[in-house]
Design a protein around this ligand. Sequence first.
Ligand code: UN1
Length: 513
Amino acid sequence: MNRMADRMQSETVAEAWAACRTALDLTDEAVSGGSLAVRSPVDGSELARVRQTHAGAMGGVIESAQRAFLDWRSVPAPRRGELVRLLGEELRAAKEPLGTLVSLEAGKIRTEGLGEVQEMIDICDFAVGLSRQLYGLTIASERPGHRMMESWHPIGPVGVITAFNFPVAVWSWNAAIALVCGDPVIWKPSEKTPLTALACEAILKRALARFGDAPEGLHHVVIGGAELGEALVQSPQVPVISATGSTRMGRAVAPQVAARFGRSILELGGNNAMIVAPSADLDMAVRAIVFSAVGTAGQRCTSLRRLIVHETLKEELTRKLVAAYASLPIGSPLDPATLVGPLIDEAAAQAMSDALAAARAEGGVVHGGERVREGVPAGGAYVAPAIVEMPAQSAIVRAETFAPILYVMEYEAFDEAIAMQNGVPQGLSSCIFTRDMREAEAFVSAAGSDCGIANVNIGPSGAEIGGAFGGEKETGGGRESGSDAWKAYMRRQTNTVNYSAELPLAQGVSFEI
Ligand code: UN1
């Protein structure tokens, strides 16, 4: 019986893969015969063998992007926006198969896979509008007959390094903005998710074909290990490196980019908290907590990892959460009824159980967190999300474990809750549930949350593309996506134009010759 169920599941993976391959133009040539085996976290089955880029080829790739830059920078920005508009159209047409491929390759449930593609469509729309709004300032000059202004110019190829957990959206945040800003893109996706990257490349190719006259080499995907990222990081020909991943990766990348005076946009670890205040709408808080703590099996940078609850509510809220967790449908992400899919691989499951052991040793009481083997496809790393009551914000709570572990701690005074929220090395996302206006405003004030994202009465994950996305401290300080994040993809030039027949010097300096 079990074996039959397993066989049916793996046929589902195989069938889904066969269907999206065709729809996404992933030819045999592109996905077989290579040295990188791609396994689906759904059931561990091998989907493809992808060819890797030789480290020795990186010089040529970077040269080609540089050449494309020399053309692309002079294409009017609204015309560059037309390419991104076409990309958005192609993404709309490919939403279903690309969303499925995200589920197959990253293990996200169907709605999250589709949601990720929707995020790509949204950023394309945003970038198209932006292509007519790359505004500079006009600044009052102290000298008569002079005009001062600020221009934003394309900067050069952007190296984009992405992680497995948002295998396509994070590329699009960077690529859509970089392309309208006049910059070619060299993308190094996670080695765990090369297929979705190849699919995005094929989708972009469709847009490029319709666009007509974009320069060769405007976009490259390079597949392989850290040595490829390193070639990007070290090249002065790649002025901007946008890297998403662990703090450990960021620590390696940032000093190398800085040493050559390049610019990095870093999106690293998060250790996101929710404060649940005495006046909170508890039912709403429970829904927000469950979605943000167990969604994507706790593998978002923005996943909720710490719950800081007022002492009067802690027992009731913990009870409600333990009950809600008990009925979570865990299983194949291809099954529409599933809410919790697999972890990306066995190493992630091991990291989760190590973290739970550490939490116990530090005085934690663990609910859930076991390995799940019944009713799920064999070969995937399925786990029950864990709730851990902690006596204090100990070492394991301050570390980011990329798994569905929610640490619950209590507080007495509001200031103490803010101090706990801020008392971790990471600073990505945060939120408070309260109906007290003073608490809500204090939380988002200068003396409140120290994170890049601070929300009131919504969870920490599921950010919209319209805002700037990123965080402080060990999160790396980068901002991507909306607002004025585009400025990191351009160089700023200050221009002073003298339209008088005099040559007055600034600051009243006199220099007569
Ligand atoms: C990430 O986890 O890498 O806020 C990005 C969210 C998404 C982006 C997360 N829009 O959950």
